[in-house]
Ligand binder design. Structure first.
Ligand code: ARG
Length: 275
């Protein structure tokens, strides 16, 4: 089987800023330092390329400050991209741009189930054969089951209970088919039990490091990239044989995002059994 190059979609932060408040991290009173954000974004892109990834760019759009968070554009399954249907009106204008890019790139683009909110790879992550689906704060549980039916995959819905961890990718990160990073306090009891039952090895992060977006990691092969401020997680991952990299992303934390949110893996996440 030919080795494929990891392929990631990013969007330059030319128009990134805090123009509205749709999660508890965001405050219009705490603005982004744009040059600093550009510097941090470029450093992340360089690191991903150093890990062997090819990065494609979604053109930035004036008036869509959160378009940088490409993880939310869609969920990728083989040649299918299930488009996001954002809960907040402020982000709904992103969808036509994501759609046009994904179609141009050759994906079969399908809409999220009618009448349900769905925030793409921010809330839908494959670990092995299973699609883990965060719901309640941004995406709807019903829509997630329909997405699972559409692609013929079992879905494990996970209820998110902490507004600071409003997307699944802020509190859960599959590393391989059997290993994942998580922050248990972000989930309800049933979700915690479901994760413990379905993922062989869960690596727990502390509240402190979770708030530094430790779980919002990008996995490329055996490399794991995160924001700075996650030394405990990095030590645990090093023990498991991963190569870790920390890169400052504080400007993006101001919007409630970090490394993983800034990327959409187009060829399938490392942990997805289907790839
Ligand atoms: N400000 C954005 C929002 O609240 C941040 C999105 C972060 N993306 C993610 N995949 N967690 O929607």
């Amino acid at each position: 089987m030919p080795a494929t190059v990891p392929h990631i979609l990013m969007c330059p932060p030319d128009y990134y800023g805090i123009e509205y408040e749709i999660n508890p991290w965001m405050s219009r009173g705490r603005q982004v330092d744009r040059p600093q954000a550009i510097e941090q974004w470029r450093a992340l892109k360089r690191l991903l390329e150093k890990c062997g990834a090819r990065v494609s760019l979604l053109p930035p759009v004036d008036g869509l400050p959160d378009l940088v968070f490409t993880a939310n554009a869609a969920m990728i399954y083989q040649h299918t991209a299930v488009l996001a249907n954002f809960r907040h009106q402020q982000r709904q204008g992103e969808t036509p741009h994501a759609r046009a890019w994904l179609q141009g790139a050759g994906f079969d683009v399908v809409l999220a189930p009618t009448g349900t909110c769905f925030e793409g790879a921010g809330d839908a992550l494959f670990c092995g054969e299973t699609l883990f689906a965060g719901y309640r704060i941004r995406s709807d549980a019903r829509g997630m089951q329909q997405v699972g039916q559409l692609i013929g995959t079992r879905v494990i819905p996970l209820e998110l209970v902490d507004p600071y961890f409003y997307h699944l990718d802020t509190c859960f990160c599959p590393l391989s088919a059997t290993q994942a990073i998580w922050h248990p306090a972000a989930f309800d009891t049933y979700a915690r039990q479901a994760l413990a039952a379905h993922v062989e090895q869960l690596i727990e992060v502390s509240e402190d490091e979770a708030r530094s977006f430790a779980c919002n990691a990008v996995v490329v092969g055996r490399n794991v990239l995160t924001n700075t401020g996650c030394p405990g997680l990095h030590a645990a991952l090093t023990d498991l044989g991963y190569t870790t990299q920390a890169t400052p992303l504080a400007e993006f934390v101001k919007a409630g995002g970090s490394a993983k949110c800034l990327t959409l893996r187009l060829d399938g996440e490392e942990a997805a059994a289907w790839k």
